[in-house]
Ligand binder design. Structure first.
Ligand code: UFG
Length: 336
């Protein structure tokens, strides 16, 4: 772990009991930060939050609670992970997404401004781009979300830009590509039941928790015909948040939008091959038609985060990502 000195304030992590948030909590604590977590435990898990963090069960829309936490815990920065993340659900229930991801973020940002919070890091997504004209996609390329999930996040980015221009707060919106893997030390991982993300689904199949993996489309314009994505290790992503925070502190008048990905893609078949290789088990593959709204290939141009921060990928190898996802899945199996 990097050894950054703790700042003069504590960091509030919203959604810190969730998959990515719980990894950010570990990264912050390991680097010496004081950390508070707020999570309503609707999709998060209390046991995912490291004991060294202060835990507050509640909602980010609860202004009185958030004001209390900001003052009592000495919060100077917020990392905002809380929200809803299932793309098809956002199509079926858009208002849930505009409430949880947009309206509640608005309330939280207002609480942050009122409470004198100076730095705000926001979990954004590659879904803000929609289907890009070219890949790897750069941050200055058009943002044309094709689902309410992506739009709900893009609207929050827009609010942050306006708020940072008007108030003494700066922000970094991190646009995540395909997040996967688990803490290399096995302390946390992805625990949500009914996962739909490829690597999670594939490791469940390899460990006998599901019978097969559907391959959604084999006729894409990619080298092997299956969809290509930029998978980023969740621990590298958590580390990117630490560097984003350092950057916001160093230059308080500057805000940033940065892709979080490695800039290279793997196909569905390459992912399944990796899971078979790392688990030693074979996976039953079922060819299915394309899933609605899936681009052929989506990879990040990560030049901006590399130029703006000292962040460097450390766990970019696909087999490493898969090995850590498998280790966590085995651990979950022991608990079941
Ligand atoms: N896939 C399968 N079978 C599965 C699951 C996925 O073949 O069972 C394929 C998909 O078609 C796609 C690739 O594997 O080609 C990755 O799919 P995921 O569902 O794992 O991830 P997405 O790329 O669809 O989603 C990611 C993020 C979302 C974000 C979205 C759009 O997880 O949060 O990108 O940028 F909104």
């Amino acid at each position: 772990m990097t050894s950054r000195a703790s700042g003069p304030f504590a960091v509030l992590v919203t959604g810190g009991a969730g998959y990515i948030g719980s990894h950010a909590v570990l990264a912050l604590l390991d680097a010496g930060w004081k950390v508070s977590v707020i999570d309503n435990l609707v999709t998060g898990f209390r046991e995912a939050v490291d004991r060294r963090a202060r835990f507050h069960e509640g909602d980010i829309a609860d202004e009185a609670l958030v004001a209390h936490i900001l003052a009592e815990d000495g919060i100077g920065a917020i990392m905002h992970f809380a929200g809803s993340v299932v793309v098809p659900e956002s199509v079926a229930d858009p208002l849930k997404y505009y409430r949880n991801n947009t309206a509640n973020s608005r309330t939280l940002i207002e609480s942050a401004v009122r409470g004198g919070v100076r730095h705000f890091i926001f979990s954004s997504t590659a879904a803000t781009y929609g289907i890009p004209d070219e890949i790897p996609v750069r941050e200055d390329m058009p943002t044309r979300p094709i689902n309410p999930y992506g739009m709900s996040k893009l609207m929050t980015e827009a609010m942050l830009a306006d708020v940072a221009a008007a108030h003494p707060i700066n922000y970094c919106a991190l646009r995540y590509f395909n997040v996967a893997g688990a803490d290399p030390q096995g302390r946390t991982g992805q625990s949500t039941a009914g996962a739909t993300h490829l690597i999670k689904v594939a490791v469940e199949a390899a460990l006998g928790k599901r019978s097969e993996v559907a391959i959604f489309g084999t006729d894409y314009s990619t080298p092997d015909g299956t969809g290509v994505r930029d998978y980023i290790h969740v621990a590298d992503l958590a580390d990117a948040h630490l560097h984003a925070l350092d950057t916001l502190i160093a230059l308080p008048d500057r805000s940033h939008i940065m892709n979080c990905g490695y800039g290279r893609g793997y196909s569905v078949l390459e992912v399944l091959d990796s899971v078979e290789r790392m688990s030693g088990n074979s996976i039953v593959r079922r060819m299915e038609p394309r899933r609605a709204g899936d681009p052929d290939a989506l990879t990040a141009d990560n030049a901006r985060i590399l130029a703006t921060t000292p962040w460097r990928p450390r766990l970019a190898d696909l087999d490493t990502i898969v090995a850590h996802a498998l280790a966590w899945e085995r651990k979950l199996g022991e608990r079941d």
